[in-house]
Design a protein around this ligand. Structure first.
Ligand code: NAP
Length: 283
């Protein structure tokens, strides 16, 4: 496994396992299988409803806590967000059955963002979250957060895949020491990603699948990636990407697939902002 070092010295595997859309009743098994396959970075969120199952899999694995990098995410909070963030953090930690978190991310750039960030800074300073970061922050919001707060996010987890590559966004993040992490690295299979002719042809050259080509492309860019699968064979396939290298020409062929637009949520679309902001979790 290859690691990246975050802006506060925390080490993070460049490839991990995401559990979005895995139903809670399937999550313990999926995470147990992922841990057995060698994954050490786990990515969940309060909003996914499966933190307890992730926690059970961690406990059942017997893997030393210090070998794991566990991420969860804060959902949108109302004011007073600093206090609400503390409460939400403690709820997540309890559900996961952990006494500290490796990475705590603000899930959306909405709600009382600055109150939320101050609450996150507090748990970071107390060592309860080894690193804090954000998700779904476009450059304007990210820069404003960086310039007007004490702690710079260690990570920004954003939609990043061959059809939406985020090259300019990544440049700004690197300038400010923010690690880019990809969500939806396979675009959840949209645009027929898994049978795309360019990606398939590159895969054939290396004797690798399209999924492996995409993950390798992200890793060679230095992007942390967290593919999701409930299928043990695919879990093994997705972590088997450290024994080949894409050429500059192959990297350039994939670079040409960028459309520059989201295939999921447009965080600038007022309807999407309203929809995401309306949602509140119980805890
Ligand atoms: P993804 O990883 O792009 O795609 C997952 C899909 O690909 C699943 O349908 C999976 O099916 C399939 N798949 C996985 N490996 C495959 C392989 N080797 N060959 C063929 N198909 C394969 O989608 P994602 O789950 O949306 O994104 C990854 C993680 O990012 C999430 O789990 C979550 O942790 C995080 N995320 C964060 C945000 C955010 O707002 N911060 C948003 C979305 C996602 P099977 O399961 O059947 O294998």
């Amino acid at each position: 496994m290859q690691y990246v070092t975050l802006n506060n010295g925390v080490m993070m595997p460049i490839l991990g396992f995401g559990v979005y859309q895995i139903p809670p009743e399937q999550t313990e098994q999926a995470v147990s299988e992922a841990l057995a396959a060698g994954y050490r970075l786990l990515d969940t969120a309060a909003a996914y409803g499966n933190e307890e199952a992730v926690g059970r899999a961690i406990k059942g694995s017997g893997i030393p806590r210090e070998d794991l990098v566990v991420t969860t995410k804060l959902w949108v909070q109302d004011a007073p967000a600093e206090e609400n963030t503390r409460r939400a953090f403690e709820t997540s930690l309890n559900k996961l059955g952990l006494d500290y978190l490796d990475l705590y991310l603000m899930h959306q750039p909405f709600g009382d963002v600055y109150g939320q960030w101050r609450g996150m800074e507090a748990v970071n300073r107390e060592g309860l979250a080894k690193a804090i970061g954000v998700a779904n922050f476009y450059p304007d919001r990210l820069l404003d957060l960086i310039l007007n707060n004490e702690i710079t996010p260690a990570v920004n987890q954003i939609e990043t895949h061959p059809f939406f590559q985020r090259i300019a966004d990544e440049g700004l993040m690197r300038e400010h020491g923010v690690q880019i992490q990809s969500w939806g690295g396979f675009a959840e299979g949209k645009n027929d990603l898994f049978t795309h002719p360019v990606l398939s042809e590159i895969g054939q050259v290396h004797g690798k699948s399209v999924a492996q080509v995409v993950l390798r492309w992200l890793i060679q860019r230095g992007v942390v990636t967290i593919p999701k699968s409930v299928n043990p064979e695919r879990m093994a396939q997705n972590i088997g990407v450290f024994d080949f290298e894409l050429t500059d020409d192959q990297m350039a062929q994939i670079a040409a697939l960028d459309t520059g637009t989201t295939l999921f949520f447009d965080h600038h679309d007022p309807e999407m902002v309203a929809w995401l902001s309306k949602r509140r979790l119980d805890s």
